[in-house]
Write a protein that binds this ligand. Structure first.
Ligand SMILES: NC(=O)c1ccc[n+]([C@@H]2O[C@H](COP(=O)([O-])OP(=O)(O)OC[C@H]3O[C@@H](n4cnc5c(N)ncnc54)[C@H](OP(=O)(O)O)[C@@H]3O)[C@@H](O)[C@H]2O)c1
Length: 250
């Protein structure tokens, strides 16, 4: 849907510039607020859903019945990825820091939650998969997670890096990649062309919005922070206490 009328309730995948009361968005990057979702909460969806979808499905080629490891299931993107992968019929293994955050990942639909502060993530993934490993790893750790993420892959597995929380460089064990016939890749959303973003938004509207409307995928909002308190929102994110998204409300 790319024709809009004044008064339509919409959200958008922005180019940036979202810290504003008004913003210009390309029509192809605008989505209707899904049925049954609060207008403000809906702001938590476009970037997280587009990121989760394109990396799990387009790049990761995740299929029903496969296992996915979501590194950072407690994050803004990860909390959506857990729900989306479960809705797609995958077995979902998710990491988070601390037992409460792990429990919340399970409540979102993860079959297995791993506390990365206390547990050996690779061993736990192997336990969860009968020793096979994950078909897809959706990773926010980057360089510092590379070694374990490759170890956690199943034969033919796909590691898709989307974040660099533990650095941009790491050592890749190419023998392990070769032995597993694994793929190691990564993607960015922001530099994609307007046409690519419009195509992704259209796919998300068709494939994921019905899952949002029927409750299989819900926005995960940790807090709404008034615009004037934007520094508080940043402190919240930096504290590591946020689960899901922090929304700035004009
Ligand atoms: N490639 C793209 O197009 C794209 C698009 C959007 C976002 N991103 C990137 O994706 C990443 C996640 O974004 P977000 O909005 O979800 O961020 P977020 O809400 O801040 O979440 C960060 C996640 O990383 C986890 N984490 C942090 N340090 C960790 C560690 N040492 N070990 C294990 N887990 C750790 C956190 O888990 P705990 O707090 O539970 O430990 C949390 O789940 C960011 O790096 C962001 O820049 C990329």
């Amino acid at each position: 849907m790319t024709t809009w009328a004044p008064g339509d309730r919409v959200v958008a995948l922005l180019e940036g510039g979202g810290y504003a009361e008004q913003v210009v968005a390309r029509a192809g990057q605008v989505l209707p607020v899904p049925d049954g979702v609060d207008l403000v909460d809906a702001a938590a969806l476009p970037e997280a859903v587009c990121t989760a979808w394109t990396n799990l499905v387009d790049t990761g080629r995740l299929r029903s019945g496969e296992t996915v490891l979501v590194q950072g299931g407690s994050g803004g993107v990860g909390s959506i990825a857990v729900q989306l992968a479960a809705a797609l019929g995958a077995q979902v293994v998710a990491t988070a820091g601390g037992p409460d955050r792990v429990a919340r990942c399970v409540a979102l639909g993860a079959d297995v939650g791993i506390d990365h502060r206390e547990q050996d993530v690779v061993a736990a993934v192997r336990d969860a998969t009968g020793g096979r490993g994950a078909d897809v790893v959706l990773d926010v750790l980057g360089g510092g997670g590379l070694r374990d993420n490759v170890r956690a892959l199943a034969p033919g597995g796909r590691l898709v890096v989307i974040g660099l929380q533990r650095g941009r460089r790491g050592e890749l064990d190419l023998e392990a990649v070769m032995a597993k016939h694994a793929w190691v890749t990564g993607t960015l959303l922001r530099p994609r062309s307007a046409d690519e973003k419009a195509a992704l938004v259209a796919t998300v509207c068709e494939q994921v919005w019905p899952m949002v409307a029927d409750g299989r995928v819900r926005p995960v909002v940790h807090a709404r922070v008034p615009f004037a308190d934007a520094p508080v929102a940043h402190e919240l994110l930096e504290s590591g206490d946020a689960f899901g998204k922090v929304l700035l409300v004009p």
